[in-house]
Write a protein that binds this ligand. Sequence first.
Ligand code: NAP
Length: 303
Amino acid sequence: MSANTISTKGAVVITGASTGIGKVCALYLDRLGFRIFAGVRRDEDGNVLRGEASDRLTPVFIDITDSASIDSALKFVSGEVGGAGLAGLVNNAGISVGGLLEFQPIAEIRRQLEVNVIGHIAVTQAFLPLLRKDHGRIVNMGSIAGRMPQPYLGPYSASKAALEAIMDSLRMELRPSKIPVSIIEPGVVYTPMWEKARIRAHVIVENFPQEVFDLYGSDISAVTKVLENKEKIQKAAVSADVVAKAVAHALTAKKPKTRYVIGWDAKFGVFLSRFLPDRLLDWLTMIFWRELGLKKTTQDIGS
Ligand SMILES: NC(=O)c1ccc[n+]([C@@H]2O[C@H](COP(=O)([O-])OP(=O)(O)OC[C@H]3O[C@@H](n4cnc5c(N)ncnc54)[C@H](OP(=O)(O)O)[C@@H]3O)[C@@H](O)[C@H]2O)c1
């Protein structure tokens, strides 16, 4: 028996393990003794993971928007685990499409929903027979934005709200099969997603016609300033390790939670959204975005 077939805790597939939360989760679960199939889309990402993990971790190519890629990942994992099945599926892969909804290309909004919602459904459907074999569990990477939608992140917020709804529904359907379904709801976690958002925002803003600046000028500069303020984002962020621990709890606890709210910002957001009327919440959220962005502007002027 080769080293990578020995696992004390069963096998887990994690999508989007090349960077950020997915990578931290893959390495953490590997250290806990799981046999990890880490979803990547490039050879080099797989090699980096191999270098940082035990022999139990195997990179697996999977693009969650491509049915042929999902099929071949399923074939590979089935061949590796055989009749033992899967102890867990972590639907983590994701993108964040930001912008002003009035001017967002429909193709971009479709892409957002395709990756963050449809992709996870397709992967879940494909791997469910393997999960059944080992009484496995499904863990989804949601976001506090799914419960508390953010301005300039409409499609992203919608994708996370849709993921919550579909996975809540699935949890009830899978009750007779005893397959628990959990959703992790982090607030800000500093990962490459923020740098990708910053770069993307620059491209979008550079291509805006004058009309957009006439209508939304101050909001645009506040948002781009927020994204540029790396230190502030890092300061507000919770470590990806905390997210990984919640994923591990969802995979191992006798009674996994249905929802894991991670970070003070997310917990505060849930509290506010429970008790405040919508318009007051809207107002506070806008103040938060403008304040963050405008504070940076003031610092820029001072420096
Ligand atoms: N960072 C935060 O503040 C935060 C907060 C709440 C929730 N989340 C959620 O956490 C999850 C991970 O995000 P992150 O912050 O760790 O960002 P990240 O570092 O950008 O990681 C995103 C991962 O998803 C993968 N991915 C993107 N499109 C894919 C596709 N079509 N098929 C397969 N994999 C794909 C990426 O792979 P490639 O490298 O190949 O592109 C990458 O591995 C996302 O679902 C995100 O919404 C993040």
